[in-house]
Design a protein around this ligand. Sequence first.
Ligand code: PAF
Length: 282
Amino acid sequence: MQLLNTVPDLRAVIKEWRLAGESIAFVPTMGNLHAGHIDLVNKAKASADRVVVSIFVNPTQFGVGEDFSTYPRTEQADQEKLITASVDALFLPAVSDVYSSDAATVITVSGISERYCGAFRSGHFSGVATVVCKLFNIVQPDKALFGLKDFQQLTVIKTMVRDLNIPVEIIPVATVREESGLALSSRNGYLTALEKQVAPEIYRALCVIKEAVLAGGQSFEELEKQGLMTLEQFGFKPDYLCICRAHDLNLASDEDAELVILVAAKLGKTRLIDNIYFSRGN
Ligand code: PAF
């Protein structure tokens, strides 16, 4: 695996691959890699000749009082995992390699970025869209892979790619879960042993609501309220739990067939997000 820290160094390697007619799949990450990231890498390997992974804890997507300074940085262990997974190149830039001190351009995907997580994390999706757009311009991949766990992030990125005609195919990849149902996340490491036992209730609540939607007979609003109450009973402090239509994340109505239930809730100091995507086939 080639380790590249600067944009010119990465571009030189990519130029060689392009001259050889090779295709490139890209997996952007913030490091602290877990089995979900390695699944993205394996799917990337199956879809292109070369795989580039980036590790960059992007300051612009963290709000004031969020965990930018404490976000787990495990570069040595991450590199070993990526070598084992036969990644071709790791892009590991410093903040100054990505952002010039007088940077004046930001990407804002309006509407979708202000709802759900966006309503609780002001500027978050603008930070995500800006860094992902920059990384796409740096790597110029044919394909980029993102986990479905960050469903709203994926929708923001797909919208940006469509609106800005960015020539990259976005490949969504299913959420990897522990046996308990808890979605893998770098932030799970913040959970205490006791919280770790409770955390899977967030996915259980989603599964219960999904079954109730499929059974029919209760309004979406009622089901959302019940879901929020269940989470509170387990000690979560929910930010939101919404039954949405999958393609644009507007609140779902009875006519919508493709649905996603989005949830974000705090458990102690840890903010967990999850979702469940399903079709009613009507
Ligand atoms: O999902 C993440 O890890 C980050 O939001 C991403 C897409 C790498 C952008 O910093």
